[in-house]
Ligand binder design. Sequence first.
Ligand SMILES: Nc1nc2c(c(=O)[nH]1)N[C@H]1C(S)=C(S)[C@@H](COP(=O)(O)OP(=O)(O)OC[C@H]3O[C@@H](n4cnc5c(=O)[nH]c(N)nc54)[C@H](O)[C@@H]3O)O[C@H]1N2
Ligand SMILES: Nc1nc2c(c(=O)[nH]1)N[C@H]1C(S)=C(S)[C@@H](COP(=O)(O)OP(=O)(O)OC[C@H]3O[C@@H](n4cnc5c(=O)[nH]c(N)nc54)[C@H](O)[C@@H]3O)O[C@H]1N2
Ligand code: SF4
Ligand SMILES: [Mo]
Length: 654
Amino acid sequence: MNDVADGDSSAQERRLTACNRDCPDACGIVATIEDGRITRLAGDPAHPVTRGFLCHRTSRVLERQYAPDRLTSPLRRDGGSFVPVSWEEALDDIAARLLAIRAESGPAAILAYRCGGSMGILKSVVDYFFERFGPVAVKSGDVCTGAGDAAQMTDFGDEDSHDFFDPARSRTIILWGKNLHVSSVHLIPVLREARASGATLVSVDPVFHKTAAMCDLFVQPRPGGDIALALGVARRMFESGTADPGAGAYCDHLDDFLALTHSRSVETWAELAGVPLASLESLADAYAIRPASLHIGWGLQRRRHGSAAVRVLDALGAISGNIGIPGGGVSYYTKRRGAFDLSFARREEVAPRLLPEACLGRAILEARDPPIRAVWISSANPVAMLPESHTVAEALAGRELTVVVDSFLTDTARLAHYVLPTTTLLEEDDLLGAYGHHWIVESRPVVAPPPGVKSDLDIIGELARRTGLGDAFSADADSWKRRVLGKVADRGASLDDLRRGPVRNPLAPTLMYPDRVFPTATGKVNLVHDVTLDPPRGTPLRPLLLMALATERAQGSQWLPSQQEGPATATVHPSAATGFVDGALARLESEIAEIVVRLKFDLRQRADVVLMEKGGWLSAGRCANALIRGAETDAGGCAVYHDTPVRLLPIAPA
Ligand SMILES: Nc1nc2c(c(=O)[nH]1)N[C@H]1C(S)=C(S)[C@@H](COP(=O)(O)OP(=O)(O)OC[C@H]3O[C@@H](n4cnc5c(=O)[nH]c(N)nc54)[C@H](O)[C@@H]3O)O[C@H]1N2
Ligand SMILES: Nc1nc2c(c(=O)[nH]1)N[C@H]1C(S)=C(S)[C@@H](COP(=O)(O)OP(=O)(O)OC[C@H]3O[C@@H](n4cnc5c(=O)[nH]c(N)nc54)[C@H](O)[C@@H]3O)O[C@H]1N2
Ligand code: SF4
Ligand SMILES: [Mo]
């Protein structure tokens, strides 16, 4: 049951659901409903990770839930504006046009694109529909975690993490490029407790932030300086005898990795990393106190050499003897889909054509034989969130049919031929795994969607009926849930079990590689041994690197319109903005575009970066991604978000 004890007030009811946002935590949520309206949200106190509290952005999500600009009718483009139309009219026309395009040009002329609007496991049914209808074109790569995923698969042959509470056993905890206050808030109490029990907490980040402030040691390398820093740390560990002398038993290429670390002096590594030698040494000495857990964030792999950076960190974890031991590990991602049977959707494997997500706009524009004629977008706002926003916008606006399923008229929805209004996280009916821990939860609608709003699953069901696939997509959410829980239902994680509360994925490990046997070709860790030492740098003309990062105030581009008024804030060290004063307006210019920003000075930041919030709207002139060129990382098809050289220019006189 998702009803929580009701108290004696009949008008007030509490209902349990789960947060579907693209966030490592997948929280349990307790919603208070009064007279059919949600009046309060709190974290589920019975969820071991959520512990009764929610993050800032979801605590405030009722403002979006009840926002006046929420869409409640399908919209059809009519010249430069939209007109409301009925679902019948919208879906009949969309279905007819998709069928015609498939008949004329083949399914490769249709692209189905989905990103992180909802982590609901049943969103795979949308993929599956387009697979059965086509298969159609889909994206390749992953702008979120792709480079690091590829690194861990190459090094360890698998990708998962130690149990969420395992850091309680660490003596050292390294947060390498992680800002917990923004994207892993529920890890904060766990690490505070570990610290209170004597663990040393370390942050390695080019940016000073609240998480750095709570650490015992903060190392602030140049952006992309991680490869040099980690190689320097490894060299110092080899030289001081703190590396694992037995590492050769479970690592391939140990001699080559050793040689790589010895290709520069520790002093030179520190210099290349942009840190004082003492910082590098302190980091190495802290990491040598085992067990030490290394937690790699996702930001640092969104660089040209992002996969190599994660590979060097994997290698550091291995040679330091921290793999396979309680309180150790190199944790990057937990398999959020691990419990679920999603074998029905085969995506890339069967797609007739793959378009690289990191360069999606250009890939759509350049596709030939057939061209991309129609695009279906759900759970995504690619104009705001993918690199080269203007190219993405041009590509979408130029299709014959662009359909966007969203709850708001986003930068992307504005370009659509049809916008289909959909449910929010508080109306979601789905299952969730997490990419920061191993608990799985069910989400249930705590209120019904407003009239005129349909879930992705319902929309797909109706489209299927109109395209000859009705039978395959007539199942309701519960039936799909039972189907995807097939692997774990008889192991304590059936739908009924989940209705009693969160369940730890019975298939998930608590410790990775405890026997130090790895699912690689040789059974050993594949140590990286050939890396390019080419950290991103500004150019003489544009000396600063743009880093537009997740912010606690919003999820991706999901802001209230009032939060997108006026110029975006660009935070810089004062010496990065000579000639400007704190609070001044400036033009922030890259090779491909410019926007107006308001400067905020911060003496704790490096002088080679400009910091912005990710997710700014193109329509509000606040979109960092308008400045960033589409490009893929060295492996895994992540987007190179953080390597863009920019400069600050005075506002042109009127
Ligand atoms: N509040 C909020 N939370 C979110 C999101 C959001 O939009 N808002 N987004 C969600 C999503 S989609 C994801 S994938 C995760 C994002 O989580 P992350 O990708 O981990 O978040 P970021 O803030 O982009 O980056 C984390 C840290 O990496 C650092 N970093 C960047 N470049 C480098 C580098 O070269 N070296 C090192 N050492 N550090 C570097 C940044 O300074 C930042 O402090 O969070 C999720 N959580
Ligand atoms: N500069 C820069 N850009 C970045 C990043 C960065 O660090 N820096 N981070 C990148 C990362 S990690 C990611 S994951 C991507 C995220 O990129 P997106 O996933 O495209 O980002 P969101 O802004 O969260 O857009 C999701 C949209 O889905 C809608 N939505 C929510 N729930 C549902 C639902 O149930 N169904 C449907 N159909 N729609 C729904 C929301 O209203 C929202 O408009 O952005 C990337 N972009
Ligand atoms: S966004 Fe993340 S931290 Fe916030 S409530 Fe949702 S799952 Fe929890
Ligand atoms: Mo992401």
